[in-house]
Design a protein around this ligand. Structure first.
Ligand SMILES: [Fe+2]
Ligand SMILES: [Fe+2]
Length: 185
């Protein structure tokens, strides 16, 4: 087990959602309509699973542990990742607003652009973590994997409990969303 296993599992789920969202953008471009409850699933996942739960795990557990083990907070990868989390949040807000506007007006152009900006940013963020920060973390925290994953699981449980949701709920949400996109494609 690696120290970042729990976070890499989240990335796997988030990446699945990014692929499905790219299909959403393709469908909208092709003039297909996406119903409000389906778009709301993607927004729920972006705000609650990715921002609150996953970024929460990194910000309250992984990053402080790395700092305690000698990685500087300022001027290094942690500062960069925190900055990117902030951008992710802003892009999710934009996507939420353009999704509501699309439901009102049926004009998909802004929503298509916002979805693509969002998935681009998130995919690049995840790959930086997978191939840089998490590799450094796995080295720095080698021997502490069980403790680290236990802490990450505890933060995850607390964050999802605050939302009244479970991990199973979000795994199902991504499966359903992906199935809906495949059905429409
Ligand atoms: Fe992150
Ligand atoms: Fe991450």
């Amino acid at each position: 087990m690696s120290s970042t296993e729990s976070l890499r599992k989240d990335h796997f789920l988030i990446e699945k959602m990014m692929r499905a969202l790219n299909t959403t953008a393709e469908l909208l471009k092709a003039g297909k309509s996406i119903p409000a409850p389906v778009l709301e699933q993607a927004i729920d996942f972006a705000k609650n699973f990715t921002n609150a739960c996953h970024h929460g795990k990194e910000e309250t557990s992984l990053f402080p542990t790395l700092q305690k083990n000698g990685m500087p907070r300022e001027g290094g990868p942690i500062a960069r990742m925190l900055f990117e989390h902030e951008i992710t949040k802003q892009l999710a807000e934009k996507m939420d607003a353009s999704s509501k506007a699309y439901i009102q007006t049926n004009d998909a152009s802004t929503l298509i652009a916002d979805i693509l900006t969002y998935t681009d940013h998130v995919s690049s963020h995840l790959s930086k973590e997978n191939f840089r920060l998490f590799m450094m973390a796995d080295m720095i925290l080698s021997g502490k994997a069980a403790q680290m994953n236990k802490e990450l699981a505890d933060v995850e449980e607390a964050k999802l409990k605050d939302l009244g949701k479970t991990r199973g709920h979000y795994e199902q949400l991504v499966n359903d969303f992906e199935a809906e996109m495949t059905r429409k494609a």
